[in-house]
Write a protein that binds this ligand. Structure first.
Ligand SMILES: C[S@@+](CC[C@H](N)C(=O)[O-])C[C@H]1O[C@@H](n2cnc3c(N)ncnc32)[C@H](O)[C@@H]1O
Length: 285
């Protein structure tokens, strides 16, 4: 009879579990483009299989049923963007996928320093979603830290309070601290820039905005994750800044666009050799 060795037994169980996770991850379509790894599939299935990440910088469905035959959808048709609703964009499905994403992402982050930056539509209504998100971040093991305003410079469609801003909700792992590129940098919390004129996704964000957010909340060797990658703007910023990137997208059409945009970004010269330039603090008076 052989002696039972609990340490050996738990090592074997661990190896079996890791092999099973690797096998499951390998069942998803995966494209590796330089330092970017892109998965096609549902982030709820893929996130639990991923290794550690330093920052999650993402832009989930807003829960507004965007592009569901609305005026924007018909405008976008002229830009060549398919008139099709964004996946999981109803008030209920958005809450399900965002809750699952937060719960999974918190397990991937180191306690010491991490950053979770989540875009959200600003404005009001009886259940303002940015307030719901700050609360859910706190409930799911993150700690809400700050909101940054993206001023789009032009009011959106509609009457009376026409939305001109989106919010970027910034959090870190509870009990840890926020990951900064440099600890002592002065960072303004309003960013003013127009949405991209040319776009291949109805919710595409300006690359400059993602350069700013990724450049502020990651360092040269950081791994940045975007579980709702869309057309891959976060990945484009990571390619330009020299960050490692993991992206997930459910829709094959947007996944293919992201692959192409990130590949193109790697073919262009990098913006910065090591670190992005520091934003200048304007004179106070
Ligand atoms: C607001 S858009 C992101 C746009 C992106 N920031 C860009 O610049 O193109 C959200 C994306 O999440 C994707 N999505 C929705 N549910 C998903 C899920 N469960 N897993 C992965 N992606 C999902 C949608 O298909 C959509 O492309």
């Amino acid at each position: 009879m052989t002696d039972y060795d609990p340490a050996e037994n738990s090592r074997k169980s661990y190896d079996v579990a890791i092999d099973a996770m690797r096998e499951k991850l390998a069942s998803f379509r995966c494209e590796r483009i330089h330092d970017a790894t892109l998965y096609l599939g549902d982030c709820r299935e893929i996130l639990p299989l991923l290794p550690r990440v330093d920052a999650c910088i993402t832009d989930p469905p807003y829960g507004n049923a965007n592009h569901d035959g609305d005026y924007n959808a018909s405008l976008n048709e002229h830009r060549g963007i398919e008139n099709k609703p964004i996946a999981n964009d109803t008030a209920e499905t958005m809450r399900e996928v965002v809750d699952a994403m937060l719960a999974a992402v918190v397990n991937l982050m180191p306690k010491a320093a991490s950053a979770g930056c989540c875009f959200w539509g600003g404005g009001g209504g009886p259940t303002p979603v940015f307030a719901w998100l700050a609360n859910r971040m706190d409930q799911k093991g993150l700690q809400f830290f700050h909101s940054v305003i993206w001023d789009k410079r032009n009011p959106g469609l509609g009457q009376r309070y026409r939305r001109q801003h989106e919010m970027i909700m910034v959090a870190h792992k509870a009990g840890g601290r926020i990951l900064w590129n440099e600890d002592d940098r002065l960072v303004p919390n309003i960013r003013s820039m127009m949405p991209p004129r040319e776009r291949s996704h109805p919710n595409e964000k300006p690359v400059e905005l993602l350069l700013d957010v990724v450049g502020t909340h990651s360092r040269a060797n950081s791994v940045v994750l975007d579980p709702f990658m869309g057309s891959g703007t976060t990945g484009v910023a990571c390619a330009k800044l020299g960050r490692k990137f993991i992206g997930i997208e459910l829709e094959p059409k947007y996944f293919d666009i992201a692959c192409k945009r990130i590949d193109d970004a790697y073919r262009q010269p990098r913006l910065f050799k090591d670190e992005p330039p520091k934003p200048k603090q304007e004179a106070l008076i």
